[in-house]
Design a protein around this ligand. Structure first.
Ligand SMILES: [Ca+2]
Ligand SMILES: [Ca+2]
Length: 74
């Protein structure tokens, strides 16, 4: 039962990721908790993003908004 639930969740996650890859800017891929911003913790998923985090965070609140993330070159 647990295994079935995990398999379903994995399948759903893959579907979401595939959809977003097509849609394209990648923001949702890094915003893993879905709060509409990318935290430093979420940015650790990508070393390039991590490296640019402080530069991208133009208002210095420690979070990347969608607009701030749009400046990311990764
Ligand atoms: Ca987030
Ligand atoms: Ca910010």
């Amino acid at each position: 039962m647990m295994k079935t639930a995990m398999t379903m969740m994995t399948a759903m996650a893959l579907t979401v990721l595939a959809t977003q890859a097509i849609a394209g800017d990648g923001f949702e891929k890094y915003d893993t908790d879905g709060d509409g911003t990318i935290s430093l913790n979420e940015a650790t998923a990508n070393s390039a993003l991590m490296g640019q985090f402080k530069v991208l965070d133009s208002n210095g609140d420690g979070l990347l908004s969608r607009k701030e993330f749009s400046e990311f070159n990764g």
